[in-house]
Unconditional design. Structure first.
Length: 573
């Protein structure tokens, strides 16, 4: 009996020990659970605050996409110094590079709801309606984004390093590099982070401010009294160019070319025309005249009547008369003929930076279509087409008069299909094309004539009108912006996947053909992948730098691309 009692006591001891161990394990498990809960909570806060900071980066880029001219406005930026490591300049290293850059210093952002002060004055003014105030789970959020700008210098060789230049300096390219510094926090949660992203900002359009008012890869036939207002600095500072053609300018009428001031000279209320100021909302304050002309005494070229040749310094053409550069210029010519290698091989690339045609036979004329794939963002279907067509599908704000192959293709939602009614950026209906309400990149595929009394674009909101042309298109009305006459692959709007090579079109410079009739006026420039067949009556092409600058500043033409290694979270503010 004593032995049995001792055995019972041993079992009890073992049970007690096991219970103690179980209790300790439970305590450890509870502690581990609390630790894991805290860890997951911190991880959630970190992810949430990172998402808020990334929203700031995205909105910073969108801010400059909507206001691209701010990137060249010196009044909105202040120079960083090498020793300035405060927000946002401190995000740029090395300090020698920092000293060549600028930080945003115009109209700040209320980060904490207490009014704009201190470092908040260096934040971009994101519209209040766009600011995210709470995260997905209801936590209060606050954030702001600063910007550091590098105005990239032009390069003489592709191997040259990328350098920044001051405002007002010469040799500035159209590319900018912007470093966005986004600071975000979760109010009352103690979570805060800083994210930095460096991107390159570039314009889809090439240097149109140097473009002549009339550029054609084929001949230019002037049978009437067309008036061309020159670009006074197209060939360099103080070197005017009015017409630049791969072929000859055929003169059988009484055209004139002149400077803008001469075009408007003595015309207000007089016999030359009526000068007026553009009054559409927010337009630049510069004079316009739809019926002015270049008086013969002020003309740079063609001041003689009839069929007499009088091509001044502003006419660049291949007349075949002055192709022997060892001989004296023939009477009536101020320039030798344009050499084939001096004229742009591909005019689409000249305007849009995208090569659409290549030269297959070394004659300095691009005759073979470049192909590219376009993937519809709606269906994911990929279609092989011309590189120019893929570009236009991707970037056109409006597509007018779509041909059957295009209608069958699912279009990106960003391009509003117009058959035949136009739409603005918000999808609201406008009146039938052509109309002054259209702006930005407009791609017209059929029925593209602009009738007498019609207007496309305005001085404040100009268009870049791309017209598909395999037959003659007529302009009788008014256009603000650039008219680009696009050569097709034969008669096809969409280049077949097998490609296309010009044969007979080489003689005319392409399939595009433009006719301007009496009363027509283009404020900007005309580019033709082909020929101007007629310029009857009193029509005008008036180079206007304000209109072209406004066109290049339209938000749809400004793009951002990330710089490799440009994202970091190493800085903290």
């Amino acid at each position: 009996m004593n032995r049995s009692h001792r055995q019972s006591g041993s079992v009890l001891l073992v049970v007690v020990v096991l219970l103690l161990l179980a209790g300790l394990l439970t305590l450890f498990a509870l502690n581990s659970g609390v630790f894991e809960q805290r860890t997951s909570g911190n991880d959630l806060r970190t992810k949430l605050v990172d998402e808020v900071a990334n929203a700031g980066l995205a909105q910073g880029m969108e801010f400059f996409r909507q206001h691209p001219t701010y990137l060249t406005d010196s009044g909105k930026w202040t120079a960083c110094t090498a020793g300035n490591d405060s927000f946002p300049c401190g995000s740029v290293l090395p300090t020698s590079r920092r000293s060549t850059m600028y930080y945003w210093s115009s109209t700040g952002h209320d980060f904490d709801g207490g009014g704009i002060s201190g470092w908040e004055q260096r934040m971009l003014p994101i519209p209040t309606t766009n600011v995210v105030t709470t995260t997905g789970n209801g936590l209060s959020a606050q954030y702001g984004v600063g910007a550091v700008l590098c105005r990239v210098a032009s390069k003489t060789a592709s191997t040259d390093p990328t350098t920044c230049v001051d405002f007002g300096a010469t040799g500035v390219s159209t590319t900018s590099v912007v470093t966005f510094v986004s600071v975000a926090g979760l109010k009352d949660e103690g979570a805060r982070t800083t994210l930095t992203q460096t991107v390159g900002s570039y314009n889809l359009l090439s240097g149109l401010t140097n473009a002549p008012p009339l550029l054609a890869s084929g001949s230019v036939d002037v049978t009437g009294g067309i008036q061309v207002v020159t670009n006074p600095n197209s060939g360099g500072v103080g070197v005017p160019v009015s017409v630049w053609s791969r072929k000859a300018l055929t003169k059988t009428g009484t055209p004139n070319t002149c400077y803008y001031n001469e075009f408007l000279h003595n015309s207000s209320g007089g016999t030359n025309g009526t000068v007026y100021m553009a009054t559409d909302g927010g337009s630049p304050n510069f004079p316009l005249c739809d019926d002015c002309n270049c008086a013969g005494s002020d003309s740079l070229s063609f001041d003689n009547s009839g069929n007499k040749v009088d091509a001044g310094i502003d006419i660049l053409q291949n007349s075949t008369v002055n192709s022997d550069y060892t001989k004296t210029l023939a009477a009536g010519y101020a320039n030798y003929d344009v050499k084939p290698q001096e004229f742009p091989c591909d005019l689409f690339a000249q305007v849009f930076r995208i090569q659409a045609w290549t030269d297959s036979d070394a004659d300095y004329f691009c005759d073979t279509k470049v192909l590219a794939d376009f993937k519809s963002p709606n269906t994911g279907v990929t279609t092989t087409m011309g590189a120019d067509e893929s570009f236009l599908f991707t970037n056109a704000r409006t597509i007018v008069g779509a041909t059957a192959p295009v209608t069958a293709l699912s279009l990106p939602s960003a391009a509003q299909l117009v058959v035949p009614t136009g739409f603005d950026a918000n999808g609201a209906a406008k009146t039938t094309y052509p109309n002054s309400g259209f702006y930005g990149l407009v791609w017209c595929q059929s029925s593209c004539d602009i009738g007498s009394g019609d207007q496309l674009g305005t001085a404040a909101n100009p268009v870049l009108l791309v017209i598909d042309s395999s037959s003659e298109v007529q302009i009788k009305g008014k256009v603000f912006g650039i008219v680009f006459m696009r050569s097709l692959a034969g008669t096809a709007t969409l280049t077949p996947a097998t490609g296309y090579k010009m044969t007979t079109e080489v003689a005319t410079g392409g399939t595009a053909s433009l006719r301007m009739n009496s009363g027509a006026v283009v404020y900007g420039a005309v580019v033709i992948q082909g020929q101007m067949t007629k310029a009857n009556g009193t029509s005008s092409i008036v180079y206007n730098s304000d209109v072209i600058t406004g066109l290049m500043g339209e938000g749809g033409f400004t793009k951002f691309v990330g710089v490799p290694g440009g994202w970091t979270d190493r800085y903290s503010y």
